[in-house]
Design a protein. Sequence first.
Length: 395
Amino acid sequence: MLNSNKSKTYSEQEVMECFWKKVAGKKMVQTGLLKYVRPLNYKTDEKTVIVNKNIPILDLKNNNLEEFQKALTRYVNTFFQSDLYWANPITSCLDNYDKLIHAISTIWLNATADDFLKPIEFVNRYTDFLKDQTFEMYREPKKITEIQSLKGCNIEIINDEQEEFQETPTAINLIIKKNDFEKKMPRIAYGISNGIAYIYGIQGIKTYEEDSPEIKKVNRSRYQLNNLENIPEDYQSLFLRQEPYSYLSLFIFLSMAKHQGINKVAFPSFLPMRYESKEKFIEETYKRKHGKINNDSNDANKEHKKLLKEEEKEKNEHQRIQYNITNKFLAYMARMECDVLGIKISATPEQTNGTLIADISKMKPDLQTNIIFYEIDKKIEHLLKSYNREENQYR
């Protein structure tokens, strides 16, 4: 088990030696006893190395390398100093050297195609994610209470930590509470850098318990979000297929961000290495399954065909999920432009090579347009003001 040394610091030479030896130009990366599919192409002024043609090339040309070394070293030392679960990969690392490999290899799982072209900006962003304290007040759960438009329920907000292979170190968890019953809403995986909130996921949480009668009433009230008067006719069927709780989770995060002075939100939509790693993992899994079949048996061909169908089905499902992720952010924010005054999509993934960008600087929910958003926004604003008053009393 990893015995992490948080006082450990690495020099640029040590970081880059590990980067070139264990990560850059490799198809597989080993930490602990396990190997992971993490192909990393790169180009410098001296050479270009491509190990997987489906992955963008990390651009270290034109004197980028020197600044990249500094940025990666800052990131590594921030990673080692962090107490967050995300930066303490105890399930996959046996020692601090494994942790170093993990830190400089997993980060590329979260890069868009544009990030591979701007690696210094990208690495600095993740250093900021680890240091960020924008939502520190929510480290202890806070409640917005008696939401009349949602049957008088409360919503608990928690700034929580994420596990080591998630896209971001932190996420906002939201829990609906009514009397003694509760329901988890989709969480928002996020990071904040240079005044921009990056949202990497709106992730539902599967539960297998039947909702209480109190929660069922709240569930029904959430469909008030589907105000057709706000939605252009051509988009109504698309928007009404969205899960209202996911849409509501996103709005709550946007409201929290706006009241903390954040005016821009970015949604990285396609992460090439993460996608390709999953594809290769599926291929390797079924390759092993094919290898276990006794080819001398009468049913060998039948078993191989069955596995090929299963593999194709699993790959198609993976592609479907990626398609939904890529389009979900655009659909949610296009709808949000209809429901919330002042929100504006300023760039689409096609324009930025992988990221949707929205301007929320003039965001102002309106009572007539969306009563749920209006009420929740006012309650979040009040919650923040109350917290700030309490904090000032103790200074």
